[in-house]
Each structure stands twice: as structure tokens, then as C-alpha cells.
Design a protein. Structure first.
Ligand code: PMP
Length: 434
């Protein structure tokens, strides 16, 4: 049974924002100054009763929508049975069941194992631990524009200084960065040529025999929704196999039906050795995972992987319910339908507005990159202004990109067509009035 939304909080967003300033550290930012009262499949309602169309999905988390009925029921039922025992102390079935699901759903036809964690950054840290342990090598290769998290190791893996790394060093060592295939900005290199350039740098500057892992987002998230040219990922995969390097796909943002398939690697039939997962996995509850080849995952000694909360039973129950919902509602198809509705409208907008250099992305992970007209010079100021105009109109958009000049769209995959269409009209208004 779904309960009716509670009445709006007696405190206004303005009151809460004032209270926040005296209580919450300034370093934790928020995109909008409105405070949430309740949210559903495609909208968020704030404490002032104002409705926002959700083009953020909590940064690609609520793929099944907010408070998805199955997820709510599973959470409630699990919370009444037990809330936490720690899987490393007294194990339970739902952890095992989530691992079974991940082993089946993720790309790769080989035998797999999984381990569960709390956040994306923690999953990435553990993938690096496993790759180093198995190979006995130290180096990790990452890409320009990459984002992998905010812990010390994942800050080192992340490309962008401000705001993620600035004055937070020294960072973990043995991280090497090579160019990403970025068709708009690398002169349109083909995927295989861009990969050959990256591989040459790795071989000359690091040495393949020193590389434990090559870590890549199949479509970059925070870095700007950068979709590599076709053939880039397969060429890197082939090289990693030949060089004995563990190929780690970070599908934390692209995973769980977001791009129109269960995982972004499915588009190019690339099989990773390890995959990191989080965000969309559990309908909004904190859960993350590393899934991969059984012989790599099982190489680590007992006790080498884990954590107090990793695979918390409520988060696991939510994940099983979210995955069921993805199957039941066929969310890969839903993401493709979102693309089919959005892409033509975005392309028409781009044809009329010379500030849009490119429309790109896949499924319900779409973006526009903004430049000074007639150049490739990034325009973060206009990007921020258009995003702010969207917010004034009631459309919750996010920006991203190394240059802050990408406006990205991440609706929940269950958003209904009238709401989606309304959102696109608001977006067009934001462009024409800014
Ligand atoms: N990897 C990618 C590709 C991400 O998009 C993110 C989060 N934006 C992370 C890692 C880190 O995840 P978390 O914030 O859950 O630590």
C-alpha cells in the first residue's frame, strides 16, 4: 500500500536554508535552495508545495522513480525483520541474492562473483584493490575528464581539480592519465586511432607490465557525458587482454538501464574483467558493488574485502525490488523511448541555437554541450544561466563537464510522456529566453 504524501513541512525552504547555514558544512553544496517534501516517478515537490520536473534522478540514482512501490514495500518488510547484522558477522540471503542478480545481469558470459559496498567511490577503491592484488602490479590507468569519486584514491583517479580535488592532496600514487576519445574535441579521431594513441602513451610512459588496471567509464558522467567514438572501448579491451591488464568498467552512472541497455558496455559487446556499480542499483538506497571474473574476485584472501555496512539488508532488499521493477517495467526500453522523445527536440533546438555545439548521449543519459557560437570555446556562463532558467521554470537540470559547459538530462526512467514533453517545452523556453 502506498501512503498519501505527507502535508508540506511547516518550515519553508527559506527557513530551512537559513537553518542549514548554521548547521551544515558549507563544503556540501546543493543545486537548488528548495527543500524536498516528497517525490515520485518524475516530479519532486518541495516544502513550499512547488513541483519540479526531475531531470536529475538524484544524479542517475532513482531510475525506478522515487518511492517505487515495490522498493518501498521491500524496505518496510526488511526493516521489520532486521536492520543490520553485518554480513561479515552474521550473513543473510538478500546479500547473496543481489550478488546472484549482478552476476547474471552484468556484461560477460564467464563465471562471476560480486562483493557489496556502500558508495560508488568505495566500489572503485575495491576494484583497484582486487586488480592490484591479482596482478601484483601497482599502476592504474585512467582517462582525461574521468570521475570516480571523492575518497583519497578516487580523487586521484578523478580528473577535475575544482571542486573535487582542490587543496585536498597529497593524492594516492601510481595513477596515470591518458586522453579520452572525445569526438567533439579530439578532431574526430576514430575510436581505434584514439585508443592507439592512449595505448602508445601507456606503453611508453608507464609500461604495460606495470599496469594493474585500466579504469574507464563507458560513457563519462561528471566529465561531460562524453561518448567515445565507436571502436575505442573494444580496442582498449583487446589491448588489456593481451597485456594482462584488468579492464575495469565504471558503470556507476551508466548502469541499470540508464543508457537503453542494462549496461552501457552492452552496446559494443565489450566484456569487462571487473565492473563497478552503485547509484541506480537500489532505487535510492546506498548500495554499491564490484562484480567480475570469479578467478579475480576469489583471488583475494578471506577478510580482504568488506566493511561494516556493505550490503546492508535494507539496501539489498531495495536492490532486489528495484531490479524486479526494471524487469517488470522493461526499463531498458523505457530509456530508449525517452531518447526517442528527447533527441529530435534537442536536435531541433541545436539547429536553431548556435550555442549548442553537440547533442549527445544514449538512452536517458543525454546532454548538450555549449560553446561560444562559431567556436569550440566552452561557455560555462551560459550553461549555468540556462540551467538556472530551467530551475526558475520548475525543471531540475544539472550541469557537468571539465569546462562546466554541459547541460545534462537524467530523468527517472519511469517518467510519463506528458511530464517528459512538458519538461522539453520548459527547456526550450529556458534556451529561447536566456
Ligand atoms: N564513478 C562514477 C562514474 C560516478 O558517476 C560517481 C558518482 N557521480 C562515482 C564513481 C562515485 O560514486 P559515489 O558518489 O556513490 O561515491
Amino acid at each position: 500500500m502506498t501512503s498519501a504524501p505527507r502535508p508540506a513541512s511547516p518550515a519553508s525552504s527559506e527557513d530551512l536554508h537559513k537553518r542549514r547555514a548554521g548547521a551544515v558544512a558549507r563544503g556540501v553544496g546543493s543545486v537548488i535552495p528548495s527543500y524536498v517534501d516528497h517525490a515520485s516517478g518524475g516530479t519532486i515537490v518541495d516544502v513550499d508545495g512547488r513541483e519540479w520536473i526531475d531531470f536529475a534522478a538524484g544524479i542517475a540514482v532513482t531510475n525506478v522513480g522515487n518511492s517505487a512501490p515495490r522498493v518501498v514495500a521491500a524496505i518496510r518488510e526488511q526493516a521489520e525483520r532486521f536492520t543490520h547484522t553485518c554480513f561479515m558477522v552474521a550473513p543473510y540471503e538478500s546479500y547473496v541474492a543481489v550478488c546472484e542478480q549482478l552476476n547474471t545481469l552484468t556484461p560477460g558470459t564467464y563465471e562471476k562473483r560480486s562483493a557489496l559496498f556502500n558508495s560508488g567511490a568505495e566500489a572503485v577503491e575495491n576494484a583497484v584493490k582486487i586488480a592490484r592484488h591479482v596482478t601484483g602490479r601497482a599502476a592504474v590507468v585512467v582517462f582525461d575528464h574521468a570521475y570516480h569519486g571523492r575518497t583519497n584514491l578516487t580523487m586521484a583517479l578523478t580528473a577535475k581539480n575544482m571542486p573535487y580535488k582542490h587543496r585536498f592532496g597529497p593524492f594516492a600514487g601510481e595513477i596515470y592519465r591518458v586522453p579520452m576519445s572525445y569526438p567533439l574535441r579530439d578532431g574526430g579521431l576514430t575510436g581505434p586511432v584514439a585508443a592507439a594513441n592512449a595505448i602508445e602513451l601507456i606503453e611508453k610512459q608507464v609500461g604495460a607490465e606495470n599496469v594493474a588496471a585500466l579504469l574507464i567509464e563507458p560513457i563519462q558522467g561528471e566529465g561531460g557525458f562524453v561518448v567515445p567514438a565507436p571502436g575505442f572501448l573494444p580496442a582498449l579491451r583487446e589491448w588489456a587482454t593481451a597485456a594482462g591488464v584488468v579492464f575495469v568498467a565504471d558503470e556507476i552512472q551508466t548502469g541499470f538501464c540508464r543508457t537503453g541497455d542494462w549496461f552501457a558496455l552492452d552496446h559494443e559487446q565489450v566484456e569487462p574483467d571487473l565492473i563497478t556499480l552503485a547509484k541506480g542499483i537500489a532505487g535510492g538506497l546506498p548500495l554499491a558493488a564490484v562484480t567480475g571474473r570469479a578467478e579475480l574476485m576469489d583471488a583475494v584472501h578471506v577478510g580482504g574485502l568488506g566493511g561494516t555496512y556493505g550490503g546492508n539488508p535494507i539496501a539489498c532488499a531495495a536492490a532486489l525490488a528495484a531490479i524486479e521493477t526494471m524487469h517488470e517495467l522493461d526499463l531498458p526500453t523505457a530509456a530508449r523511448n525517452i531518447e526517442a522523445t528527447m533527441l529530435p527536440r534537442l536536435q531541433t533546438l541545436a539547429a536553431q541555437d548556435p550555442r549548442i555545439a553537440e547533442v549527445r548521449g544514449r538512452g536517458a543519459m543525454l546532454a548538450v554541450e555549449l560553446v561560444l557560437p562559431g567556436t569550440l570555446t566552452p561557455d560555462p556562463t551560459t550553461t549555468a544561466a540556462i540551467s538556472a532558467a530551467c530551475h526558475r521554470l520548475g525543471l531540475l537540470t544539472l550541469t557537468c563537464g571539465t569546462y562546466g559547459n554541459v547541460l545534462r538530462f537524467l530523468p527517472p526512467l519511469v517518467i510519463d510522456t506528458p511530464t517528459l514533453t512538458r519538461a522539453l517545452t520548459l527547456l526550450e523556453t529556458a534556451f529561447t529566453t536566456t
